[in-house]
Design a protein around this ligand. Structure first.
Ligand SMILES: [Zn+2]
Length: 373
């Protein structure tokens, strides 16, 4: 602790096994263990769960989406309401994305230039101007512990020429994000405690990934993410890209693979040196009644599990919990027969109980991965 009582940012690696490592990232709102999974709290809520539910699953960091929050209720309003931690009653670490990915995937009528991206809201058609500087300002208003730079995330089908131009744009934007953060930090002590991660792009091209990583390392960030993966490319190409890209990233900074993925993909990425993950799979699947069960993680980080579709008639008389091997609050207290009934009568509690279980499954996955490193 420094004299002002501020805990300085730290990433401590606690053990390693090949390229895999366990560690601890300390933020202004507490620490989290890595490899970490961040449940996705799109609109300042992990869908169907209260903050207390999220904590009960074992999560110690959540992600929130800048794009959704800048449209509704607006970053300035969240700022006036005390920032995201108070707004959503989540006292722990929060990572926000930059808004870039969802502008590309959800917004209408985008105009992309060096300046930034001008787009129309998919909700009401209102026009927004998202620049690197504004993205940092928004994430500051949200009071994010970890902010992401604004980047362009090209599609899996982009040409090499497009990927190259795009990663150069992402580098220029990253530099502007860092400059803006330094400017705002001079005026605001709280912001000086937040972290800024850069995003390595370059599609599945190994050379472009190396170029992107080096350009960003030359600017210098608190952590490095790999973006533009899990956007439709084959899994083997994604893993090949990790093999090529991760060795270019600094050992002593957290590495974050954005938007990935299935449990076995997470384990394969951890083996290649990734520390942080987020994905909507556990929450989205839960809301569709698709339940992860019977997790096993071997010493070599081989993951096995199966999924059940709880809406199926065969579960109507089943007295067992969703997953007999699970210690989550749902499995300790409710039967498959009951949860199947909640889904078939469209009771909102179905979504909550299923989500608690699936998120707990992912956090248990991370715990077992950490225990085996
Ligand atoms: Zn459970």
């Amino acid at each position: 602790m420094d004299p002002a009582g501020v805990t300085p940012f730290a990433f401590n690696i606690t053990s390693t096994d090949g390229a895999a490592r366990t560690g601890r990232v300390t933020t202004a709102h507490g620490a989290f263990a890595t490899p970490a999974f961040m449940p996705v709290g799109t609109a300042a809520t992990v869908k169907a769960m209260s903050a207390a539910d999220v904590a009960a699953t074992g999560a110690d960091i959540v992600l929130a989406n800048t794009y959704h929050l800048m449209l509704r209720p607006g970053a300035e309003r969240i700022g006036r309401l005390g920032g995201l931690h108070r707004f959503m009653n989540w006292p722990g670490p929060i990572l926000t994305d930059s808004g870039g990915f969802q502008v590309m995937s959800l917004a209408k009528l985008r105009t992309l230039s060096d300046h930034g991206v001008i787009f129309q809201s998919h909700i009401d058609g209102a026009t927004y101007d998202l620049t690197p500087e504004r993205s940092v300002e928004i994430q500051h208003l949200l009071d994010a512990d970890i902010s992401m730079v604004l980047d362009e995330c090209p599609s899996a089908l982009a040409t090499k020429k497009y990927l190259k131009d795009s990663l150069e744009l992402t580098t220029r934007w990253a530099k502007r994000c860092k400059e803006e953060k330094e400017k705002l930090s001079g005026k605001n002590k709280r912001l000086s405690k937040s972290l800024l991660f850069a995003i390595v792009q370059g599609g599945t091209n190994s050379k472009l990934r190396a170029i992107s990583a080096q350009q960003l390392i030359d600017i210098g960030f608190d952590g490095y993410a790999l973006g533009g993966l899990a956007v439709g490319e084959p899994v083997k190409d994604m893993l090949k890209t990790l093999d090529a890209a991760v060795p270019h990233l600094p050992q002593d900074k957290p590495r974050y693979l954005m938007g990935v993925g299935y449990p076995e993909q997470i384990a394969e990425a951890v083996k290649r040196g990734i520390d942080m993950f987020d994905c909507v799979l556990p929450t989205r699947n839960a809301r569709h009644g698709v339940i992860f069960a019977n997790l096993k993680v071997s010493k070599t980080l081989k993951v096995s599990y199966n999924t059940i579709r709880i809406k199926q008639t065969k579960f109507a008389k089943d007295t067992k919990p969703l997953d007999p091997t699970c210690q989550c609050p749902t499995c300790q207290n409710y039967s498959r027969g009951y949860i199947r009934h909640l889904f078939s009568t469209q009771e909102p509690l179905a979504l909550r109980l299923a989500t608690i279980h699936n998120v707990h499954f992912y956090l248990e996955l991370m715990k077992q991965i950490r225990n085996n490193i």
